[in-house]
Design a protein around this ligand. Structure first.
Ligand code: FMN
Length: 471
């Protein structure tokens, strides 16, 4: 049995355990975002773990010493003072400090554990292939919590299925970090052996299903032909979807407004999809009863939906941002700009135009560049043969000093800090500035008005599902 509606993973922390649990309880697939969960966990603990969910999750973690140390290191009873920054960790890299690996594993466990509480339906986790350094401990932590699906896009995750197979048997696994300039034979493997962390007998694990998120027929068939293990299905995501988008094929052309122009070559052929013989879900503007029916008629198993869920009562978005966007939608005026530059990944990124966030040129201009989270850093080979890291949104001088091209820094935004700010965990910087937010949503944002009740703008994920299914 496969779900008909997948609530798409939305990072950072927009599709948190609360949203995924609400969706999975209703029998569809709730998916937590696996991105930056280590940072979310420590910031929730620094805020005093309101409601006690993090404590519950950590208490269930099968490696109690690790859980206890994380609690002792980061929990602040009553919450940190408002004028104190959130705690920091080293940034992720090829050779990770042991404590960071443990934190990553536990944080992924906690999010999935909580999403699974109180029901027995499957829950999924979403990762971005490009955020590589965290893959192994994150996946293992999620599997310890019994994750039912792993979904991955933003890259070509050919070597993830094999990792799932190995971890299901508690065997060691490895994943090669992409390092710009490194020869193919260079040893840039990241390795993780569950036995190095186990504190007692290990639970029996099931191998989660693996769904690759792709945007073209070529990528779909490449995944099925070349992956190092079973690919259980595909999510086909079009360019109107919220979050990052695949760039248009061929030479990048921009519209008069400065957005990437997509054309016929970017359309995905449904006949070819059906012939691949695996279940597939369509994503990108499919969250309506009409588009849902259309997807089923095309032979899809169902749809993956993001934007309608991002603005539900259960999502992790900061309440005032959610309210402001819902008011724009009510007035018919929410506006999305597909920014070809904002994301350091180089992929187009959809940005909600909202005052007081970095979509406002003044707010963006006022932010002093810094890089202290580093999830989107590019690993590169140094002249001395070592591996170092750079991000096109870091201070321009340091990026250029690391061999980055100055033109690649133009218009780049620090998504790591902004996405944590979106869900209420803005960092307070040493110069007392507060990290601004930058919201993302799909092009069809104004159509979420259909979920509004007669007398307001707030709605639940149950309402989204019932409306789409026409029940
Ligand atoms: C706020 C937001 C954050 C997102 N973050 C991610 C992400 O971290 N990883 C991912 O694979 N997709 C991400 N997406 C894409 C969704 O999972 C989903 O595929 C997409 O939203 C579907 O299109 P729709 O927005 O038109 O419904 C995000 C979408 C939104 C709206």
């Amino acid at each position: 049995m496969f779900p008909r509606i997948i609530q798409g993973g939305m990072g950072v922390g927009v599709s948190n355990w609360r949203l995924a649990q609400a969706v999975s309880r209703l029998g569809e697939l709730g998916v937590v975002s696996g991105t930056a969960l280590d940072q979310l966990l420590i910031r929730r603990l620094a805020d005093g773990d309101l409601g006690g969910a993090m404590r519950r999750g950590l208490e269930a973690f099968p490696f109690p010493r690790i859980a206890r140390e994380i609690w002792n290191d980061y929990f602040v009873a009553g919450g940190k003072p408002a004028d104190a920054p959130y705690p920091a960790t080293p940034m992720h890299q090829l050779k990770e400090p042991r404590k960071l690996v443990e934190l990553c594993m536990a944080a992924n466990f906690v999010e999935v554990f909580l999403a699974r509480e109180g029901h027995s339906n499957p829950v999924g986790i979403n990762f971005l292939e490009k955020v590589q350094a965290v893959h192994l401990p994150s996946i293992y932590g999620a599997m310890l919590a019994g994750v039912g699906y792993v979904l991955m896009g933003a890259g070509i995750p050919l070597h993830i299925p094999g990792v799932l197979d190995a971890f299901a048997a508690h065997q060691p696994a490895q994943y090669k970090l992409s390092v710009t300039g490194a020869p193919a034979e260079a040893d840039t493997w990241m390795r993780f052996d569950p036995a190095d962390y186990a504190e007692g007998p290990l639970p029996v694990l099931e191998r989660p299903r693996f769904l690759a998120i792709v945007s073209s027929n070529t990528l779909a068939s490449t995944m099925l032909k070349r992956a190092n293990g079973r690919v259980d299905g595909l999510v086909i995501e079009g360019a109107v979807a919220g979050g990052h988008n695949a760039p248009p094929r061929g030479k990048l052309q921009l519209s008069a407004e400065g957005e990437p122009v997509y054309g016929e070559r970017d359309a995905v052929g449904m006949e070819a999809m059906r012939l691949l013989g695996v279940p597939f879900w369509l994503a990108g503007g499919y969250g309506t009863p009409e588009k849902f029916q259309e997807a089923l008629e095309q032979g899809a198993t169902g749809i993956q939906v993001g934007t309608p869920f991002a603005f539900t009562e259960e999502s992790g978005l900061r309440a005032d941002y959610k309210r402001a966007v819902l008011e724009q939608v009510r007035d018919g005026g929410a506006h999305i700009f597909t920014d070809p530059l904002a994301s350091p990944t180089g992929f187009p990124f959809k940005v909600v135009q909202l005052a007081s966030t970095s979509s406002d040129p003044e707010v963006y201009g006022d932010r002093k560049r810094l890089c202290n989270l580093g999830f989107l850093r590019e690993a590169y080979l140094t002249a001395q043969g070592g591996v170092a890291y750079r991000c096109a949104a870091e201070p321009v001088e340091s990026y250029v000093a690391k061999g980055g091209k100055i033109e690649d820094t133009v218009g780049r935004k620090c998504l790591c800090n902004a996405l944590l700010a979106n869900v209420g965990y803005s960092q307070l910087n040493p110069d007392h500035s507060i990290e601004p937010a930058l919201l993302t949503a799909g092009d069809e944002i104004n159509s979420i008005a259909r979920f509004f009740p007669e007398d307001g703008t707030t709605y639940t994920s149950a309402r989204v599902i019932a409306t789409i299914e026409g029940s």
